[in-house]
Design a protein around this ligand. Sequence first.
Ligand SMILES: C[S@@+](CC[C@H](N)C(=O)[O-])C[C@H]1O[C@@H](n2cnc3c(N)ncnc32)[C@H](O)[C@@H]1O
Length: 397
Amino acid sequence: MKKTYFASCAKRSEEYLFQELKELGAGQIEKKGGGVQFKADDKLALKILFETRLSSRVFRLLDVYPIKNEKDLYDKVTKKWWHRVFDNNQTFKIQTLFDKDSSAFFKNSMHFTMKVKDAIVDQFRKETGRRPSIDTENPDISLLARVESRGRASGFNLKLFLDMTNTPLSDRGYRRGRHRAPLRENLAAVLVHLSQWDSGKRTLVDLFCGSGTILIEAAMKMLNLPPSYIKIKRAMRGRKSEFAFLNHNWFLDNDELRNWVAQYFDSVIKRSEAAKNSSSLHIVGSDLDISIAKENIKASGLQNHIQLIKSDFKNFKPEVNTESVTLISNPPFGERLEGGEELYYQIGQTLIQNFKGADAFILTSDENLRKKIFLKSTQKYPLFNGPLDCRLIHYKL
Ligand SMILES: C[S@@+](CC[C@H](N)C(=O)[O-])C[C@H]1O[C@@H](n2cnc3c(N)ncnc32)[C@H](O)[C@@H]1O
């Protein structure tokens, strides 16, 4: 039977997540603030959880409660047979997210969360004589309460979701060294998606590769490796905390689904071994300091597919025909690293001189710096890099 899910993503990436989920086979997809809602059966939902490159988390909808106020909320939530969703010896936590109108009405999300929690534990006590404990750090079960207004005077919808993910999907498991300003992995995946890089025909270059995020995300995509392959390896070694659903009753009670997941995991391990043992020359990264990228790429096992060159960007000249280069970079931008006007002017000059005919995509958050590149852009994609309002700018050189 199909169920409803919500996949969250970086702000302003909803459209691209929509496209990705469509390609993965999700049904009835709807864009929402901060993510995308869709329908899928159990297998497809898990396949999406393993294969989505752009999502941060995936949640399963448990119930929707039309509510008018907090009293109403308690009465409705307390009716659900929570002991069928999880056991009283499992720990849990709840996070509440209000939309704009519900935030203005309910004001205090902490208070709201406590009400939902009370309703759940009271029902557990009534049915089983015991209540599960709260663990806000490392819970077995994590619930999301999204409260959405149904329009003036009509009240609100409280949507209760079960987090299938545990640690965010963007934490792929390949980060070793600490870089000062790494890109979130699922945002790097958005950049690769937007560049439409054709890995069979073009070389991908990152002139400011830092910790190597764009390079590794591109390599995984080129090799058709699900971004969760490192988590899958760890889960196979017994780390059940890699994915929250491994602790959920709906999954544990379904033998057929468990077998399917075991087979899927086997096939991913085979694919990642094959990737490790093959080699290719389509991805090149450079930076003043490539030590952290080297560590991360080694941890990903994809070192045979990524070439690293220590270089100032001004001196970097691709060894291939530049017409077949797709360049994707996020240069330092004032906020955190020493990226000033001169550096951006030099980026423009380097692109004209060393990358004739290439497709270049530059992510920046500062409009004044962007202007110093002095090149005509083809397209600008608005994105958020954490809290920073950014543009990914496409230049056809
Ligand atoms: C915002 S970070 C890039 C982060 C990277 N995308 C990641 O995910 O880790 C900018 C990078 O530019 C590098 N950088 C600064 N000036 C440079 C220069 N003149 N030539 C090459 N790299 C430079 C820094 O070392 C830093 O790693």
